[in-house]
Design a protein. Structure first.
Length: 276
């Protein structure tokens, strides 16, 4: 699949073609115990249905309803630092942003989104695997629900998000607005400069309000319940193959009730042709 001694393609170029961040090439299961991986798998699925539950309520659910004897500190570390989750209700730990970074206002309230490349949303989610986990970043066009670009990595960093965004812009042109949450990857100078230097408006969800980015949250639910949970991947390359197949289906064959049962690619392309 990937050759370190390829005569024509560098390792970075091979990773780009496979939509795998270079860190994913050397993917090894993260240094979490079997119990922690089990807990994260349970929290990920539970959070998908109950995103209002923060670490404290997740700990209560795991101990009282699922019978685990675990500390609150363990769950807080896994929930916030490892999985990068945040409850949609404002609270003490609902956002892991860097307090030194500037946060931009939320621009989508009462905005009518009626054409492609008007608003893009970008987000990161935790992906459970058979023997570890990785992260997925994706960019979606809000008007059509078309997934414009995606990438996997075993770390959440701003450079990875920036590169994924720039690839989407190279392929599809640039949007008027990009919406993100307040995660440190998106408030970083690396990411914000890439957006603002192109005269793109930057919108950020309110603290603890994942509901502001509801469309990409629905994408995560679809990806996980229709693919990942049914067949947890073994490796970074397996994950790439599985996601490539799924996003092809999602973009080109899956009809969406929220857009009048249209197919995302058809809706995106139809509006693009009208604009031309």
């Amino acid at each position: 699949m990937i050759s370190k001694g390829h005569s024509k393609l560098s390792l970075q170029r091979q990773c780009n073609l496979l939509k795998i961040h270079r860190s994913g090439l050397y993917y090894q299961p993260r240094g979490e115990s079997k119990l922690n991986l089990e807990l994260m798998r349970l929290m990920d699925e539970h959070y998908t249905h109950h995103p209002f539950k923060g670490a404290r309520r997740m700990h209560t659910w795991l101990t009282l309803d699922k019978g685990y004897k675990i500390s609150k500190n363990r769950i807080e570390r896994l929930y916030y630092r490892v999985m990068g989750l945040q409850a949609i209700m404002p609270g003490k730990h609902t956002s892991r942003r860097n307090k030194e970074h500037k946060v931009y206002p939320y621009l989508l309230r009462n905005l009518t989104v009626d054409h492609p490349n008007q608003v893009w949303a970008i987000d990161i989610t935790y992906i459970p695997m058979r023997k570890g986990f990785m992260y997925l970043v994706a960019i979606i066009d809000l008007h059509s629900r078309y997934v414009l670009n995606w990438s996997v990595s075993n770390s959440m960093d701003a450079q990875w998000c920036k590169e994924t965004l720039e690839e989407a812009i190279d392929r599809h042109g640039q949007p008027e607005i990009i919406n993100t949450d307040q995660g440190s990857q998106f408030t970083s100078e690396i990411f914000t400069h890439s957006v603002l230097s192109r005269n793109i408006k930057l919108s950020m969800d309110g603290k603890g309000r994942a509901i502001d980015n509801v469309f990409i949250e629905r994408l995560w639910r679809s990806v996980k319940y229709e693919s990942i949970y049914l067949n947890p991947p073994e490796s970074g390359v397996n994950l790439y193959r599985q996601l490539k197949t799924y996003f092809d289906f999602y973009n080109h064959r899956r009809r969406h009730q929220g857009i009048e049962d249209e197919i995302p690619y058809n809706r995106y392309l139809k509006q693009e042709r009208k604009a031309a």
